[in-house]
Design a protein around this ligand. Structure first.
Ligand SMILES: Nc1nc2c(ncn2[C@@H]2O[C@H](COP(=O)(O)OP(=O)(O)OP(=O)(O)O)[C@@H](O)[C@H]2O)c(=O)[nH]1
Length: 550
């Protein structure tokens, strides 16, 4: 029952209407019962008065002559009136005649209780006057109302009204049920059933219920159709977007997986969060390398360059910009050094994204080009540019306090012009090549040899503080260069070398002084007869051990 009330508008509305009708009916029944009791009592009094009027004359005579029989007859006659329960005729304080109905006394209390508008005090007392003298009272007639009778009368009237009201309530409830069922519930149920089977994707719409086209239900159906159409449109748009998104994702996934460029994400500590296969290939890693090794691949493989990497990360985060730099990686599995170009940019919160490309080939081409730029094409030694770069590098090393002292030997060949003049430039070239090999074989691999131009050479004897060793090398060169050089086993040419030697200590470094003074020393040798060496005494500068001027 409760479930029906909860789930059915018909039952609920019928129940409510019936309940209200019953309450209203009970209220009006009580009201009508009260008023009908009042009116019944008044009518009873009128009827009693009417009965008295009919016996007025007879009573007057009976009292005047004190005829008890007539009085008794009168009393019986009056008692026939259903509204009267007891009759007394009293003359001069004595009861002339009296009679009552058996049940009157018994039910008086209950009748009083039921009928608040009627009580015993409603006794009707009628004075009777002499038939001959209208001013002479001869007796009184006391009539008690028959309360049971009056109650029955009023009750039956009230019951009739209650029945009528109940009938009306029932009729109203039925009407409400009918109206609600036919005008509200059934159309709504039809709409609901239709909605259950509706296939909006095929363009289905709810039909307008007959007779409801212009009312609220019709409006509801139109609104539902509009809502369904708009939902369908949104669903279609979302589906299209999802498909596009899926296609896009698949494309990007393919690019991500197949790209030759390493793509990765890392956190601010430089730990990898995600990476593509190209990234693993680039760093000679694979799925078996272990997650920790992979996560730390960048920082561990860029050993010695972590500072630059973290500087890139910090700048990318703090200045929100794209940072890039070249790094080399020394892979354990291969002997060769690999060069990578790293691009890092901030992505989402706490995450950076990056690209890494293998630039080993480009780097080696660059290195070849750089090498070519600093190489003397005839002898394969460094050229003037190479020398200048080396001096500049050493200058930085000294500035950082990372350098030891070294000797600079400025060499100019003696009588080389004659070779050219006598045997031609080709022979001169061969002499230059011979000399460069001679010098290269005399010094250590870590020393630096350059041809500044023409027949001018320079040697940097690095990490050397013993002048004796420098002098020994200078002397060795002078000795060896003075041995006639055989050209194609057909010709022997004789040259010599003048050498100026300067020195710089581990801390102080003035490149121009070093070169100028070595040059000056070399010219000094030239002036003094050639084919010898001279050591510059660098006053004010730290002198080499056992320094001396030769
Ligand atoms: N074969 C050849 N000769 C060169 C080259 N570059 C410069 N020369 C020549 O080298 C000579 C160098 O001149 P000098 O140093 O004055 O001649 P030198 O005979 O050695 O004179 P001293 O140094 O005074 O002994 C010149 O004749 C230049 O033309 C080169 O690449 N090949």
């Amino acid at each position: 029952m409760l479930r029906l009330l909860r789930t059915s508008i018909v039952y609920r509305s019928a129940f409510i209407v019936l309940g209200i009708a019953l309450l209203v009916g009970i209220f009006f029944a009580l009201l009508s019962y009260h008023f009908s009791a009042q009116s019944e009592q008044a009518q009873a009094r009128q009827r009693m008065q009417a009965s008295l009027s009919t016996v007025e004359n007879t009573a007057s005579i009976a009292c005047f002559v004190l005829d008890q029989n007539l009085a008794a007859e009168l009393v019986r006659g009056l008692l026939k009136n259903g509204d009267i329960s007891r009759v007394q005729i009293i003359s001069d304080g004595k009861v002339l005649a009296e009679a009552d109905k058996q049940s009157t006394q018994k039910s008086e209390t209950s009748a009083l209780a039921i009928l608040p508008g009627i009580n015993a005090s409603n006794q009707l007392v009628h004075e009777v006057y002499s038939p001959f003298n209208p001013n002479e009272k001869v007796c009184e007639i006391h009539l008690d109302p028959n309360l049971d009778f009056i109650r029955e009368q009023s009750t039956s009237k009230a019951r009739f009204i209650v029945y009528l009201l109940l009938l009306q309530a029932l009729a109203m409830a039925s009407a409400v049920v009918y109206v609600v069922l036919n005008m509200i519930t059934r159309p709504i149920k039809n709409i609901s059933d239709r909605l259950h089977t509706l296939a909006p994707e095929s363009g289905d719409k709810l039909g307008l219920p007959d007779g409801n086209e212009k009312d609220e239900i019709g409006q509801l159906v139109r609104d539902v159709n509009t809502l369904v159409a708009s939902l369908l449109k949104t669903l279609n748009e979302e589906r299209t977007l999802r498909i596009k998104h899926a296609i896009g994702e698949a494309k990007f996934q393919t690019i991500f997986e197949n790209a030759e460029t390493g793509i990765f994400q890392l956190n601010f500590a430089g730990e990898l969060l995600s990476y593509n296969p190209a990234f693993l290939r680039m760093f000679n890693l694979d799925a078996n390398s272990g997650s920790t090794n992979i996560a730390n691949a960048l920082t561990s493989l860029l050993e010695g360059q972590e500072l630059r990497l973290h500087l890139m990360i910090d700048t990318a985060i703090n200045e929100a910009r794209v940072m890039s730099d070249d790094f080399y990686i020394q892979l354990t599995s291969t002997a060769h050094k690999k060069w990578v170009h790293l691009v890092i940019s901030p992505a989402e919160d706490g995450i950076l994204q990056g690209l890494v490309n293998d630039i080993t080939e480009r780097k080696s081409q660059e290195e070849s080009a750089n090498q070519l730029a600093v190489t003397d094409h005839l002898t394969g030694l460094n050229n003037r540019l190479g020398f200048e770069k080396e001096i500049s590098r050493l200058s930085k090393e000294h500035a950082n306090g990372n350098a030891a002292g070294f000797f600079l030997l400025m060499i100019d060949l003696d009588k080389f012009k004659q070779v050219n003049d006598s045997h031609g430039h080709t022979v001169g070239d061969q002499v230059l090549i011979h000399f460069s090999q001679l010098v290269s074989n005399t010094v250590r691999r870590s020393d630096f040899v350059a041809r500044l131009g023409g027949d001018e050479f320079i040697i940097l004897l690095k990490d050397l503080t013993h002048l004796a060793k420098a002098e020994e090398i200078a002397q060795k060169i002078i000795t060896q260069v003075s041995i006639p050089i055989s050209i194609n086993d057909k010709l022997a040419v004789q040259i010599g070398a003048s050498i100026g030697i300067s020195y710089t200590g581990p801390t102080e470094f003035i490149a121009d002084d070093l070169l100028t003074q070595a040059d000056a020393a070399m010219y000094e040798v030239k002036r003094s007869g050639r084919n010898a060496y001279r050591v510059v005494h660098l006053g004010g500068h730290q002198s080499p051990q056992d320094a001396e001027t030769v």
